[in-house]
Design a protein around this ligand. Structure first.
Ligand code: FE2
Length: 258
């Protein structure tokens, strides 16, 4: 039995949310998707509100993962405790609300999803993800595991993937919002893509109006970040997992552009 998983890159702002709502159902049909994981930590630009999480589930996500901006909008805190289908990075302080991993039913059997955040170029100090993942995998022994590693550095993402090769079914990266072209199956059967990309405005600097980003880098005073106008795209990846072995048998980048 195989499981076809669609992982969707960071949904950015209202443009990203409405693009996701418009395209995800038909995309899932087209690729015969059994299970869909969407990164939602930028649904409100920085963070996510409960109604935006509801919109992502309504659009067709089975699980929402988050990242360094999980608590950008504190209104999400009770939602994170109450809804086990939304995950925040497991390597944040244990006292914070929410769950870092979960086990979910699919037509092909149970699958585990974990969310971790990297430490390179992150403006806070999460626990070491390489050590936290050991503990998570001990709890999930025998289950196929999917990991959204929300991280800036390619090296950190690749090192994690080689560390987990043969121990998990697939790892994808989020956070940089630019899709990488290195989809692959590692030697021991873990499917991998360094970064999924994003779901949001095409003519933008990782989703934001270029003028705002330029002003920021020039050291000028900037207004609150706003998503760029214009056409959007959805970036992600399809992973096929053989549920009898837990190995990834196929990985393919997915791009939708009007
Ligand atoms: Fe992020």
């Amino acid at each position: 039995m195989e499981l076809r998983i669609l992982a969707v890159g960071d949904v950015v702002g209202l443009p990203g949310l409405s693009y996701l709502s418009r395209h995800l159902r038909s995309l899932k049909q087209l690729y015969k998707i059994d299970f869909c994981v969407v990164n939602g930590e930028n649904a409100n630009g920085v963070g996510i509100l409960p109604r935006q999480a509801d919109l992502i589930f309504d659009a067709g996500a089975d699980v929402i993962t988050l990242g360094n901006h999980t608590f950008g909008r504190r209104e999400i805190c009770p939602y994170l405790d109450d809804n086990r289908y939304i995950l925040r990075p497991a390597n944040l302080a244990p006292s914070l609300p929410g769950h870092g991993w979960g086990v979910f039913e699919t037509n092909a059997g149970p699958v585990a999803v974990a969310n971790l955040v990297g430490r390179c170029a992150m403006d806070f100090t999460p626990d070491n993800p390489f050590r936290v993942v050991d503990k998570i995998l001990k709890e999930l022994e025998g289950l196929p595991v999917l990991l959204d590693f929300h991280a800036e550095a390619t090296s950190e993402k690749l090192a994690m993937a080689y560390y987990l090769d043969g121990k998990i079914s697939a790892q994808w990266g989020t956070h940089t919002h630019v899709q990488t072209a290195d989809e692959q199956i590692l030697p021991n059967g873990t499917g991998y893509l360094t970064d999924l990309g994003m779901t949001g405005p095409v003519r933008s600097v990782i989703g934001i109006r270029p003028e705002q980003s330029i002003a920021n880098f020039r050291g000028e005073l900037t207004s609150r970040y706003a998503p760029a106008p214009g056409p959007c795209a959805l970036h992600g990846a399809l992973f096929t997992v053989d549920m009898s072995t837990g190995r990834c048998t196929h990985v393919e980048r997915v791009n939708v552009l009007d």
